[in-house]
Every structure is written in C-alpha cells, then in structure tokens.
Ligand binder design. Structure first.
Ligand SMILES: C[S@@+](CC[C@H](N)C(=O)[O-])C[C@H]1O[C@@H](n2cnc3c(N)ncnc32)[C@H](O)[C@@H]1O
Length: 267
C-alpha cells in the first residue's frame, strides 16, 4: 500500500506534469502502436478501466478507437484527473490508490495500466485487487516496463553528458524503476493470471526523442540545470534530428479465468 507521504509525493509529482504528459510525437507514436495492436486483436472491452490514467491521453484514444460502452479512468493525482476531465472522454473519473480499488468485484472486462506499475509499492496486492474487479475472462493489459529511451539518449549524448543529464532527472520517492517486465509477468502469474507477453515495435526520430525528454522531464527540473539540458537536447537535434530510431513498447496481456486458446493468438 502506498504510504501517505510517498502517495502524496507521487500525486504532486504527476500534478506538475499534468499539462504536458503524453504530448508530442514520441508519445503519440507509442500510443498509436499500442492502440493498433489492441484493435488488431479485435478483442472487445465493453467495460474498460484505465487505471493510472494520468491526464487521459489513452482515454481519448480508447473512446475513438475501441468505443467501449462504459469507459472509466482512475488516478492518484487530482491534477492529472482534472486534466483528464478536460478531455471529456471518460464516463467516470475516480481518485483512488490502485492498491485499494473502489469498485465492486467482477465489473470490468478490461483494465489497462500504462506505465503505472513502477509506482506501486505492493505489486501483489494491486494485482489481486485488479483481478478481483475483472470479470471472468477479463483482461488486464500492462503497457510499459522497459522503455529504451534512456539507452538511445545515452548513445547520442555520449557517456559523460548523459550521466550529467541523468543525475538531474527527478523521480518521486516510491518509484521502482528497476522492475523488469519479468517482474510484472511473475507477479501477474502469482495473482492467478495467464500471461501473454508482446513487444510492439514503433519508429520515432531522434527529434521525437528529444521532444519526449522536454515534455516528460524538463518541467520537473530546476531552472539552471534545465537550461544546460535544453542546450544538450538542441545540440542532439542538430546532430541527429531526422535519424529514425526503432523502439518497442512492451505489453503484457493478463487473462483472468478460463482462456480460449483462440484468444491467445494473432496478436
Ligand atoms: C507515468 S504516468 C502514466 C499515465 C498514463 N497511464 C499514460 O500512459 O499516459 C503514471 C500515472 O500513474 C498514477 N499513479 C501513480 N501511483 C498510483 C497509485 N498508487 N494509484 C493510482 N494511480 C497512481 C500517477 O498519478 C500518474 O498519473
């Protein structure tokens, strides 16, 4: 369970990102790749919850691409939820901690968690809660886990510049960024899910990656290091801007209850 202090810190951290999180080409291409993969699967989620929905960029995409009958978002950060409300995509927005879900059992056909689980203190408890709220045959979709963006930036900036850059990237207390996809897979299996792992490829440019760092990280950095980091990103743009970079988003599809073998293929 998130303790009060780290919960508050995480909520405040993300409230500062509420105006910008998910903006720009890198995020757009990553979301599009995930959405394409879900749509291609043809699986329907009439009642869909985006847990850790942030400012609602996925909610807006779900509304247009998946068209669920009932779409809800839940998040710890009131700032993020206020931004999600402005997108007007969800039927319901709920402020809650993902360790204790304020939903009846078996109400959702799909629960989507994108880049949430690294902020969860008690992963087994959170996954048990999600399993409780999913209907039999429902699916938990976990996106994220291994990002690859830091490695790419390191290659382009060089070791010394990257390590100065990285030392300025603020993370909230209670972030478990070293968890791997295997950690999530093992925890979901232990919570009773049947897990499929998929890697979703997408391409971006070095310019998109530089923009991602501006959007995701620079709003959180103090003014002085921010100016130096911004200069480093400008130089990277000049040297590499149009270069294509192959990226991957990891997806874990975690099925609850009896699974039709036909549902496990074609994704
Ligand atoms: C990295 S952002 C991802 C936002 C969104 N899922 C996306 O991919 O665009 C993580 C989100 O999880 C939320 N979060 C972190 N810990 C949480 C918790 N214990 N319960 C609910 N939401 C939480 C944060 O407030 C933030 O909005």
């Amino acid at each position: 369970m998130t303790d009060d202090r780290s919960g508050l810190e995480i909520a405040e951290y993300f409230a500062r990102l509420a105006p910008t999180y998910g903006a720009g080409e890198y995020y757009r291409k990553r979301r599009a790749a995930v959405l394409d993969a879900l749509v291609a699967r043809g699986r329907q989620f009439p009642r869909l919850l985006d847990l850790g929905c942030g400012n609602g960029t996925y909610l807006a995409a779900f509304r247009t691409r998946l068209d669920p009958d009932f779409l809800a978002g839940a998040d710890l950060s009131l700032g993020m939820l206020a931004a999600a409300k402005r997108r007007s995509a969800a039927d319901l927005l709920v402020a809650c901690d993902a360790h204790v879900l304020p939903f009846k059992s078996a109400v959702w056909n799909g629960v989507f968690c994108s880049h949430l689980l690294q902020f969860i203190a008690d992963l087994p408890r959170c996954l048990r809660e999600i399993a409780r709220c999913l209907s039999d045959g429902g699916t938990l979709i976990i996106a994220g886990g291994e990002f690859g963006t830091a490695e790419r930036l390191k290659q382009m900036l060089g070791d010394a510049r990257w390590s100065a850059f990285r030392s300025e990237l603020p993370r909230p207390r209670g972030s478990h960024r070293h968890r791997t996809l295997e950690d999530y897979r093992d925890a979901a299996t232990a919570a009773g899910f049947t897990v499929e792992a998929r890697r979703i490829p997408f391409n971006c440019t070095a310019a998109d990656l530089a923009e991602f760092y501006r959007v995701r990280w620079l709003p959180l950095v103090a003014p002085e290091p921010r100016a130096a980091m911004s200069t480093a990103l400008d130089e990277l743009m000049r040297a590499h801007g149009g270069e294509e970079i192959a990226m991957e988003e990891a997806l874990l599809l975690c099925h609850k209850g009896s699974v039709d073998a036909g549902n496990l293929s074609g994704f």
